[in-house]
Design a protein. Structure first.
Length: 530
């Protein structure tokens, strides 16, 4: 059996629910292969074998690559001749596979995307079919002959040095990646200014080289792709030019980052328990399983616990009722993972069952943090190096809010806590970690005096915000109210987004950009503070 990241962590992650077909279905066999040309194909779905075909002339170059969230399922790739003889195969354990060949004769060549041991996943596919060995940018063998290139992805062929130029303005950040098969030839990358002076270089022994530079003035920057000791080979050049994102004037505004989403099940081997989760994160593009955007460095991590607002097999998992909240934090640069907690007690609230649930749910939240922090520290993981282990927080609502308090007390990794209308079965308190508490005047479920009692006994950095006219279930996307309320759900959401982001940005990240918004600036109505 081929070892995988998840196997090494004793974890099991599978996508859910069933993946929808993409536009190329039904392309489940070589006979029904979908004909494609050179280009990039987004949001494809491998829930069975996917076959594609591309036409190539004799001597032409064919190259195919796929990218996918490796933690959700390992995909592989094979390229075959018109007679179905295997020409190239890629069966790695990361989140990218690529194959290439030179067409021995003109014809229709096929390639198959398939899951390792039946894995299913979403993926992005890039196809390049060229009629000659030189790529379209030749002759660009010297600094003086550099060819202008636009941001995007290019499949290219290195036979000698390749030089490119890209326009930037002051404040832009240029990032360039070269991806290739190191076993077939070690390629390197450097960045130069308009005089030819080297500004940055990348000369590792991996399958990827990367340079990045913040432009101080308008003009051209120059990229050089070259082979170590004369190495040659095919490569993919990815160029990004990004302007600095303006600081949001309001912490309640959506951030500048695209949002990716992954749903699945993680397995806690110590407790022999499957935990259904949903993860949102800053991404290069919006969508399911899209690539993580790590351009701003390692991100902060938050685990969120939901409350009780639906039970029974006809209802979706409870953690799906907080999409506005997840997307807000992820668009502002947070990883936020939420498990489906057991909050539907059938016993009286005076019984022991609710107390046990708080502990169980708190341990589920802790394992979510463990899952991602372990993956963050594991080479080859999609999450490797993407999370800052020193900036970890926990938030929650209702029983999930008390579970968040439990985690704040029990887990030294957690640096800040948000408890939204929490229950108080355990009378939890702790010192040394900042706490943001919410309650609502019209909460008929977990009444405001409960959060007031938590606030009154707390010692240290604590703040209680009361939503005037708010309801217990208006903090979610879809449930409630259970009592008549004078405000709209959107108002309660806006208040929550404003203060949670301002709090986490200040207390967890140590940023001061929203300090005034958190400490003094209030929305025009709807809030009281203590």
């Amino acid at each position: 059996m081929r070892p995988t990241l998840l196997a090494s962590l004793a974890l099991f992650l599978v996508p859910f629910p069933a993946l929808a077909d993409d536009p190329f279905e039904e392309n489940d066999s070589s006979r029904t292969a979908a004909l494609v040309g050179s280009g990039t194909y987004e949001n494809l779905v491998a829930d069975d074998a996917d076959w594609f075909a591309v036409d190539a002339p004799a001597g032409g170059s064919i190259e195919v690559s796929i990218e996918f969230p490796g933690a959700s399922g390992d995909l592989d790739l094979v390229l075959v001749s018109p007679a179905l003889a295997a020409l190239a195969r890629s069966e790695g354990t990361g989140d990218r596979e690529s194959v290439r060949t030179t067409a021995a004769a003109a014809g229709r060549y096929l390639f198959e995307v398939y899951g390792y041991q039946g894995a299913r996943n979403v993926y992005r596919m890039v196809v390049s079919a060229r009629s000659r060995a030189d790529d379209s940018f030749e002759e660009n063998d010297t600094f003086a002959a550099a060819r202008a290139i636009q941001p995007g992805n290019q499949f290219l062929e290195l036979l000698d040095d390749d030089w490119f130029s890209a326009r930037v303005v002051a404040g832009d950040t240029l990032s360039a990646d070269v991806l290739f098969d190191h076993a077939k030839g070690d390629l390197d990358l450097s960045l130069h200014d308009a005089t030819g002076t080297r500004l940055a270089s990348s000369e590792s022994t991996t399958n990827q080289e990367r340079v990045s530079w913040a432009a101080r003035s308008a003009g051209s920057l120059f990229l050089r792709v070259y082979g170590y000791q004369g190495a040659k080979g095919s490569y993919e050049l990815r160029l990004r030019v990004s302007a600095p994102a303006p600081a949001a004037a309001d912490p309640g505004a959506r951030g500048s980052r695209a949002v990716g989403e992954v749903r699945g099940t993680i397995f806690d081997s110590a407790r022999q328990k499957n935990i259904q989760v949903i993860l949102h994160y800053p991404a290069l593009s919006d969508g399911i399983g899209t690539a993580i955007d790590a351009s701003s460095g390692p991100a902060s991590l938050v685990a969120h616990g939901h409350g009780r607002y639906g039970a029974g097999p006809q209802n979706p998992p409870n953690m799906l009722g907080w999409n506005y909240y997840y997307e807000h934090l992820a668009s502002n640069g947070f990883f936020i993972i939420a498990p489906d907690l057991d909050v539907n007690s059938v016993s009286p609230e005076s019984s022991e069952q609710p107390r046990r649930q708080i502990v169980t749910n708190g341990e589920d939240l802790r394992y979510c943090l463990t899952f991602l922090l372990n993956a963050n520290g594991t080479a080859g993981s999609s999450f490797a190096g993407k999370i800052d282990p020193g900036k970890v927080g926990v938030t929650g609502h209702s029983r999930g809010g008390e579970a968040a308090l439990y985690v704040g007390r029990a887990d030294a990794r957690v640096r800040a806590v948000v408890a939204i209308a929490p229950t108080d079965f355990h009378g939890i308190t702790f010192a040394g970690k900042p706490l943001l508490l919410f309650n609502a005047t019209h909460d008929c479920d977990v009444v405001p005096r409960i959060q007031q009692a938590i606030f009154d006994r707390w010692v240290g950095d604590v703040r209680l915000l009361t939503v005037i006219g708010g309801d217990h279930f208006y903090w979610t996307d879809s449930t409630g109210p259970i009592c008549p309320v004078p405000i709209q759900r959107s108002v309660q959401h806006a208040i929550t987004k404003h203060y949670v982001l301002a709090f986490l940005d200040l207390r967890l990240r140590g940023n001061t950009r929203f300090q005034d918004a958190y400490l003094t600036q209030l929305p025009s109505s709807g809030i009281q503070q203590k």
